[in-house]
Write a protein that binds this ligand. Structure first.
Ligand SMILES: *Cc1c(COP(=O)(O)O)cnc(C)c1O
Length: 382
């Protein structure tokens, strides 16, 4: 589809590259000339910098956020017969890995304004089979980790934080990914810290877990060609590592821009009837990987997405591009039919899927563009 010159993209990762092009090109060329393409100092340096940024002792880089989550579960020996409590409102990777290790995802409904796991409902979902809780800091909004860690401690459960959309966010001044037992990050290009390809990492203060993951991610081998376990091949490329080292230095500035945009959006959108803007909890510092609103109207039928879909089309016609995260909750995905969830069972997540629109959000979004988004919504909703 051809976009008009004035259209506002939902995101634009080319601008970020352009702003640091010379620095990135130099670093990439240096790797190309070095011949060290896998592992080596580039990856080790990035791991140390990422651990320092999070104030944790250990970081292990890997091939993707999905692998980070998978490796975390494997390191905790979670598998067949085990249950992991998580949210039904996330990207599929969150629960795909639970299934991939042979465990069962147990879904707990979400809170409507933060889009995150409703922590007050977690305790009721714990059974003798529960091994871990996997909170997702969705859209960059941190989960109430104080309440969640208290529940985990009471029931001796591990907490694996899915920080894929929240690099740099914090809860009570502590970075997400450093509060639970393991933090899992994605460096997919559109994430807050995005590489120029796939990448991921885990953070932890537990050196035994970190060492186990180092073995698992290298085909289960500590000494070359001696294999202790069935692992995977999951490495961060040296080229990605040097790009991420550079971008990590800009991350706080870019997140600050996202926060300013979120504040500006909130100021105006909270005045428009029919829009419920997202709100972070007191104690949380969000980093807004997405700025996702819920829309409703007098004639809205909460059971369908027609009104939301209509609104998205109108915005698109005005040149305001939006995204839809996510149209179908995880417990109702075809792949999970066998788990036996019924529609209506997790009503907040189900209704949210019908009402969400993710507005343009990236650090370089201009005030003019933000105004265009706000006016576009005002036109249709006032
Ligand atoms: C992106 C994402 C992942 C997976 O990360 P990849 O690097 O794409 O594998 C996992 N969980 C959430 C919430 C994500 O947004």
């Amino acid at each position: 589809m051809i976009q008009s010159v004035n259209s506002v993209p939902a995101f634009d990762i080319k601008q970020q590259y352009a702003s640091i092009e010379a620095e990135v090109n130099d670093a990439v060329m240096e790797v190309l000339r070095s011949g060290r393409y896998i592992g080596g100092p580039a990856v080790q340096d990035f791991e140390r910098q990422f651990a320092n940024y999070h104030n944790v002792s250990e970081c292990v880089a890997c091939n993707s956020g999905t692998d980070a989550l998978y490796l975390a579960l494997r390191a905790l020996d979670i598998g067949v017969g085990d249950e992991v409590i998580t949210t039904p409102f996330s990207f599929f990777a969150t629960t795909e890995v639970i299934s991939a290790v042979g465990a069962t995802p147990v879904f707990v409904d979400i809170d409507a304004t933060t889009f995150n796991l409703d922590v007050s409902k977690v305790a009721a979902a714990i059974t003798p089979k529960t091994k871990a809780i996997m909170p997702v800091h969705l859209f960059g909004l941190p989960v109430d980790m104080t309440a969640l860690m208290a529940i985990a401690q009471t029931h001796s459960l591990a907490v694996i934080e899915d920080c894929a959309q929240a690099t740099g966010a914090s809860w009570n001044e502590q970075k997400v990914g450093s509060i639970g037992h393991i933090g899992c990050f994605s460096f997919y290009p559109t994430k807050n810290l995005g590489g120029c390809g796939d990448g991921g990492a885990i953070t932890t203060n537990d050196s035994a877990i970190a060492n186990k993951i180092r073995i698992l991610k290298e085909h289960g081998s500590k000494a070359r060609y001696i294999h202790e376990e069935v692992g995977v091949n999951s490495r961060l490329d040296a080229i990605q590592a040097v790009i991420l080292q550079i971008k990590l230095r800009y991350l706080d500035d870019w997140n600050k821009n996202r926060q300013n945009i979120a504040t500006y959006y909130y100021q105006y959108l909270s005045q428009i009837p029919g829009i419920i803007p997202p709100q972070e909890l007191l104690g949380g510092e969000a980093v807004w990987n997405q700025y996702t609103i819920c829309v409703s109207s007098e004639e809205r039928n909460g059971a369908t997405s027609k009104y939301r879909d209509w609104l998205r089309t109108q915005l698109q016609d005005q040149g305001v591009n939006t995204m839809l995260y996510y149209p179908l909750p995880l417990h109702l995905q075809p792949v999970y039919q066998s788990l036996g969830y019924q529609s209506g069972q997790l009503p907040v997540a189900e209704q949210t899927c019908h009402q969400v629109i993710s507005l343009p959000m990236f650090p370089e979004l201009t005030q003019e563009q933000q105004d265009k988004v706000i006016y576009g919504l005002k036109d249709y909703l006032s």
